[in-house]
Structure formats: structure tokens, C-alpha cells
Design a protein around this ligand. Structure first.
Ligand SMILES: [Zn+2]
Length: 103
């Protein structure tokens, strides 16, 4: 028989034990995980967050426009890479083609 995840009913709500901090939370305390038995993650949201931020090295917080070729392409097109590329793109589209992309 498959081992069911430990759970208990509190105030008519099913609570599950977080496998990391061993605290009990209702379903709302967990992220969804379609692969798991009850469709929720093994760790509570707080533990998910903590384990994620621990695994992530600080220097990986690079901006989205990192690769050299892409940077050069934007530079050649006259973009200022220190500014918001998306905003500049919208501005250019408007100036060049009269297309207003702003929401
Ligand atoms: Zn937890």
C-alpha cells in the first residue's frame, strides 16, 4: 500500500505536515505540485522560499540582458542598456512606425 502523506483534519480543513520544518499547514500553506499525491508540494511556502533563496547564489541576479551578442545588437540599434529596454523599444516603435505599444 502506498504511503499516504501524514495529514489531519483541523477545523474541517485538511492539514499537512511540512517535510522541512515539520509544522502543520492547510493546503493554502503549500504551493501546487501536480506530481505529488495531494497535488501540493512537500515543503510549505515559507520553506520553499527559504530553500530556493539558499540554493540561489547571489551573483546569479544578473539582469535579463546579459549575453554579449544581444547587448551589442541593442547597442547597435541605439539602445541605452542602462535604461529599460522595453520602454525604449516602445518609444522607438512609436517614433518610427507610429505604433503605440503602451498599455
Ligand atoms: Zn515548512
Amino acid at each position: 500500500m502506498a504511503r499516504l502523506r501524514p495529514h489531519k483534519i483541523v477545523d474541517d480543513l485538511m492539514h499537512f505536515e511540512c517535510k522541512r520544518c515539520n509544522k502543520w499547514y492547510p493546503m493554502e500553506g503549500y504551493h501546487y505540485n501536480r506530481n505529488s499525491h495531494y497535488g501540493i508540494a512537500s515543503y510549505c511556502k515559507q520553506c520553499m522560499y527559504e530553500s530556493n533563496s539558499m540554493n540561489k547564489p547571489k551573483k546569479e541576479q544578473a539582469p535579463s540582458y546579459t549575453s554579449e551578442p544581444v547587448n551589442n545588437m541593442f547597442k547597435n540599434l541605439g539602445y541605452d542598456l542602462k535604461e529599460d529596454i522595453h520602454e525604449q523599444f516602445k518609444q522607438k516603435m512609436f517614433e518610427k512606425y507610429g505604433v503605440d505599444l503602451s498599455e
